[in-house]
Write a protein of this length. Sequence first.
Length: 503
Amino acid sequence: MDFDLVVRNGIIVTASEILQPGLDIGIQAGKIICIGAGLPATANTEVLDAEGAYITPGGVDSHVHLAQANAPTGDGWETGTRSAVAGGTTTIIAFASQEKTDESLFPVLDEYDKTSKDQSYCDYSYHFILTNPTTKILTEELPVLFRERGISSVKLYMTYELMKVSDRQVLEILFTCKRLGMTTMIHAESHDMISFIIEGLERNRNTEPYFHAIARPRIAEDEASYRAISLAELADAPMLIVHMSSEIALGHVREAQGRLLPIHAETCPQYLFLLSENLKAVEHDHFHGAKHVCSPPLRHDPADLEGLWRNVANGTVTTFSSDHAPSKYYPEGGKRLGLVDGIPRFAKIPNGLPGLETRLPLLFNQTPACRPEGKARLSLPRFVQLASTNAAKLYGLDGRKGSIAPGYDADLIIWHAGNTGARTIHQKDLHHDIDYTPYEGMEVGNWPRYTVLRGTVVWDQGKGVVGKMEYGQWLKRGRGEVLVGRTGNLPRGMLPEERGYWM
Ligand code: DUC
Ligand code: ZN
Ligand code: ZN
């Protein structure tokens, strides 16, 4: 067997196992062909020595915003995906977003395709954000988008005047997605609670960045999450609640999962590592807290972080994504849009943080690879589930992405051996096109030494990003897998024949 690449001498970690040390991965035409001891190398074979380091699947980040019209100072495809590979991520799923006035999704998709074509360092796909789910879109367009373009998931917002859909529309979308085999993602925060509080804060002139966290209390997420789960239960449809930040809301998810409802949860680094006190930051000017404005907001108490970590460890959380949705701080159109005539107005600060490049090192730092005995928050296989495998399965990429096994794309992270990869996170070392990182100064015990995408090294920590921008491929996705529970449930108290009366 003539391999193009053999990766030797690593410790391979999958979503279920840590394989014995010293196995080789044989790669041909971008695919993993076999795993074994002492695989042969010919004159045509490149050999990469992992030197005993852990090897995990290339990261799959299923929640990334690039080239979004509402974030003109955010990352585009070139810079966003460059930072992805530098942090070990080989696949992203970004968002193509419908505006309320868009009557058809096809022109939206074509426009968005122009922003990504030949401009991605990593492989990619899109979710569609639906803001105006007309009958034509639901009955005629979504089936074609799924069948022909491989877009098998949509995201909905329960808040934001310009984005939100009503509960009735959520139901219509859930029933449609269930029928088509698409996955529904939902941003669950109560719009009415938030807009009511914002009015009061503005009336009382409490408009500094910190008040963003006051405007969107945990109860707004808790209530909307429970409502979203109830709508999914009525529709008997799989759902993923995105960027969860509240232990109570995760408790609703866990309770639903306990009843075998197919409810999945996503969380993000900011809700595991950062607190609302960051919104009071005044490093260079009094408005610096704006750098930490994201929604849901950062929570107040270290106990909030602990609550989330428990849900990461106990299996309630299905995916760990960056929600990379940044805006620069200084340039016009960025975070300082919230400074109106010199007066802070938190409600006008663009929402979102950068995090694509730092997502995996921050999580890997919580595994036994970087922590002393007994101090790790998650096992290495659990890291792999959260970093890669679960998102690949949930969003219809299984068999190709998210695992180290024969037949899969040869997407790998080769970490540094032992404790030789420790690093402090500094903005100056990152590859995004954003002028800050919220993780500045944090220490991580390891960093990807090599990132391999389809058998090609695209990141080499010694040399930098060595992949080519046009190398990233569009991924036509299939039907997502239900990873938690199952469909076929009856809402509590409903008679078996009841749905038949109205469906
Ligand atoms: N929702 C996201 O998914 N990302 C950024 C901001 C938001 O509200
Ligand atoms: Zn959101
Ligand atoms: Zn997002």
